[in-house]
Write a protein that binds this ligand. Sequence first.
Ligand SMILES: Cc1cc2nc3c(=O)[nH]c(=O)nc-3n(C[C@H](O)[C@H](O)[C@H](O)COP(=O)(O)OP(=O)(O)OC[C@H]3O[C@@H](n4cnc5c(N)ncnc54)[C@H](O)[C@@H]3O)c2cc1C
Length: 479
Amino acid sequence: MKQDHYDLIVVGTGFASTFFLKKYLAKVDQNKRVLVLERGHFYPHDERLKVKRGEPSEFENFEEPWEKAINNINAEKRWPFTTGLGGSSNCWWGCTPRFMPSDFKMKSLFGIEQDWPIDYDDLDPYYYEAENLMSISGPEGTPFPRTGKYPLPPHTFSVVDKILHKTYGNQYISQPTARASRDTKGRNSCMASSTCDTCPVNAKFTIENSNMGVYDDRRIELIYGAAVYSLEVMNDVARKINYIKDGKEYIASAEVIALGANPFFNTNILLNAGDKNQLTGKGFGEQLGMQVLIYLDNMSNVGGSTWVNANGYMLYDGAHRKDFAACLMEVSNAPYYIRLERGKWLNIASIRLLFEDLPQDSNYITTTADKLVPKVNFMGRSEYTLKGIENMKAKLPGILSCLPVEKLKYLDPFPNEGHIIGGTRMSSDSKSGVVDKHMIHHQYRNLFVLGAGAFTTYSASNPTLTLSAMSLFAADKMF
Ligand SMILES: Cc1cc2nc3c(=O)[nH]c(=O)nc-3n(C[C@H](O)[C@H](O)[C@H](O)COP(=O)(O)OP(=O)(O)OC[C@H]3O[C@@H](n4cnc5c(N)ncnc54)[C@H](O)[C@@H]3O)c2cc1C
């Protein structure tokens, strides 16, 4: 190491860390020194593609199985994520709707859980900024407040999308997505191959293809293979960070520290550092996702230019959220949803239904004897979510009555959405949460805890655009 005291130390190189750094670097002097500690390595997209094609790659061993990185006590519930440069941007699928304004006000609107200490308007300028940085494709009219065009035009609708959009207007839109609808900034346009985890044409936004210039900045020193496990805290100030690289222990210190290692590892680091906040690690979870297949009578559902063509909001907002969960529809265009019946192959549509869940203390993260490995104790879903499924089943036939529906087939809920949320929730005081509105720890005032761990409630929408906007917001307000 060239030096061991820095202005800022950032843990991780995923969305949370990279968007935070982007804003920080734009705001501070050229003489600032920043250390970035990344537990994984740089595993380039080209090499990932080779492995996908079955070709050998010297990088293959860089992939750290998520199952080994955490102690997951509930085998039926999966928590996939990717480590290394860019974190899960390497495997995400690029769905980027904004949250609805109501998502930030669950208590005052519906009497559920808590309001966030920030609201939609606070994040609005940072949503635009994050959408520009990711070159999001999307439509002009949206159910959430947004004016003007997205950076790229919307993806095209399928036959079924066109009917639903005609019926529901801005409640049914082309999905805002980081899967490019046109060639842009070194990314190609999406080919709708539905293999987004490693996009064969490099159409989705990743940190690697982001052109954000963060890790080329000469103020940054990036150390790979550096797994952070704890902090040293004195007089409520986080002064040092402890990490292991190549089996050896290291310490570095900084004026400000930002954890962007995903909710499991952020929590593990805090608990190992002796964080006594009663809520640290509590109430983590994710949305529940399930698929419904819509068998169509004598109608071919063709067209559409990406994997999730559309989002439906018909089951999302409204007074029902007093009693049960919002549901976001992700209308799938994946080629594997076909009908194995002569003459009817394309007479099908399929929708992934995403239900919000609630933070429950019975779902919690703790430490283990291995200081790098958190224990993930997920006990189950809230009644609120399960009631949301029942409501959806009652309402969906009516919602789809504009289509020639032969029958609906519900598939079992998926074991994961890949959306790890909560564990360091945001609140206005330390009794009801772990971090404040700028994602600074309530007790350690020089420590940011970034990412979806800070979500006060979950929303039914995919988390990554919002957590990226929150990183921009936090760095903008604080530096
Ligand atoms: C298959 C899949 C599909 C998904 N699709 C979508 C989608 O369509 N839309 C959406 O909104 N979200 C999606 N997600 C979720 C999305 O990937 C996450 O919300 C997002 O990556 C979180 O960003 P992050 O920066 O907080 O964490 P991560 O992306 O997990 O990055 C964390 C970083 O920290 C590093 N790190 C971890 N622990 C340590 C440590 N102890 N020391 C040092 N470094 C550490 C990691 O290597 C990584 O670089 C998907 C996830 C998966 C798995």
